[in-house]
Design a protein around this ligand. Structure first.
Ligand code: 13P
Length: 361
């Protein structure tokens, strides 16, 4: 692996931990060490230091009937230590909708936890890091959507899931990185408004050219916006000189030029699955144009050697949640950590999400 990965998170040490026996810690740290599969960055000593956190979190989850959902961009200690469900934003919305538990803890950014509350309004939804935002969802508000609807009356509005509940409430349908092309193609009429990701919007414009006009907003993901077609081209050329034929996989929040240089474009879950399939076939030279959590999952879940080239980018918002925040919010959540939304907003935003489930399947 030639890719540079960020250092594991540092727990603050502020929270008082429960005492466990040496045997309990040894068993738990072995489990973490073997599941995370990054023997240097996530050493057995590091796993020992976090074992009391994962042990108590798992115990509290069971005692209080909590379903812990984590997005793939969360750190490996959360994903392999305490999560019950890990995936992309579409699958996680369905998991939140279908959970049998009365409480959901969503380890991720705010809009994803809000989405869980919208699809399961009668459940308690805990979000351990209330200030974990997203440059896309923070870049647009409900008034911006109302202004667009006024300017283009009658034109259907599709909003990316990376938006607040208030924005979802103004839209006709919600979409994610795994279904935006399929759903937008199905919308009635020759025009549609797509908010807020300008790169995904551009991808839609290119894909629907000749069929539909796509009116696009100006937001972007601060992580995926950093990749350029130029950088990918130069990596590919450099590797090709060494006889390496790179397979490039990128997320659709990237610029159109990046997508043009890519062999596979898909959601975080699709990128992981496709990379694992490539490695099964012995195609081990890959470049992942996305957030670093995707690489962490591939390293843990691949049974074969992979040569992951390039540089992933870390999302500082996604990495705000630490095991300590999860433990504290399970022990005694603050009011800010429990998602509360206005009933009318829930009703309208739920309609957008139900339309997504209907059109995506
Ligand atoms: P996915 O739906 O692909 O997991 O994307 C979520 C996201 O915010 C990507 O930056």
């Amino acid at each position: 692996m030639t890719i540079e990965m960020p250092a594991p998170p540092r727990q603050s040490g502020v929270i008082v931990l429960k005492e466990y026996s040496k045997e309990e810690i040894d068993i738990e740290s072995e489990r973490l060490y073997n599941e995370i599969q990054q023997k240097e960055r996530w050493s057995i000593e590091l796993c020992k230091s976090i074992a009391p956190l994962t042990l108590e979190i798992n115990q509290l989850k069971e005692e209080n009937d909590v379903f812990l959902i984590a997005h793939s961009y969360q750190t490996p200690d959360i994903i392999y230590g305490v999560a019950d469900e890990v995936s992309d934003s579409y699958s996680l919305s369905k998991a939140a909708r279908d959970a049998s538990q009365q409480t959901i803890l969503f380890s991720s950014v705010r809009f994803m936890a809000e989405t869980a509350k919208i699809v399961s309004p009668h459940k308690t939804v805990i979000h351990p890091s209330p200030d974990a935002g997203c440059s896309l969802s923070d870049g647009i508000n409900a008034q911006d959507v109302r202004n667009l609807k006024e300017k283009f009356p009658g034109v259907p509005v599709a909003c990316y899931i990376n938006t607040t509940a208030e924005v979802k409430a103004e839209c006709d349908v919600c979409v994610t990185s795994s279904n935006y092309l399929k759903i937008c193609e199905k919308l009635p009429g020759k025009r549609l408004i797509f908010v807020p990701d300008r790169f995904m919007g551009k991808h839609l414009q290119n894909s629907l050219a000749g069929k539909k006009e796509v009116i696009v907003y100006d937001g972007e993901c601060e992580v995926h916006a950093l990749f350029t077609g130029e950088k990918i081209r130069s990596w590919k050329e450099r590797m090709s000189k060494q006889g390496i034929n790179l397979t490039v996989l990128s997320h659709p929040e990237c610029d159109a030029e990046v997508l043009e240089e890519s062999d596979i474009v898909g959601s975080s879950e699709v990128l992981i699955k496709k990379t694992l399939e490539l490695s099964e076939k012995g195609e081990k030279d890959v470049m992942l144009i996305t957030e670093c959590g995707t690489v962490d999952r591939i390293l843990a879940e691949s049974k074969n050697d992979l040569n992951i080239i390039g540089a992933c980018v870390m999302c500082k918002h996604m990495k705000k949640t630490h095991l300590e925040d999860i433990l504290q919010s399970l022990r005694n959540p603050t009011t800010e950590q429990v998602i509360e939304l206005d009933d009318e907003i829930i009703k309208r935003a739920k309609h957008s999400l139900e339309e997504m489930f209907r059109l995506a399947e």
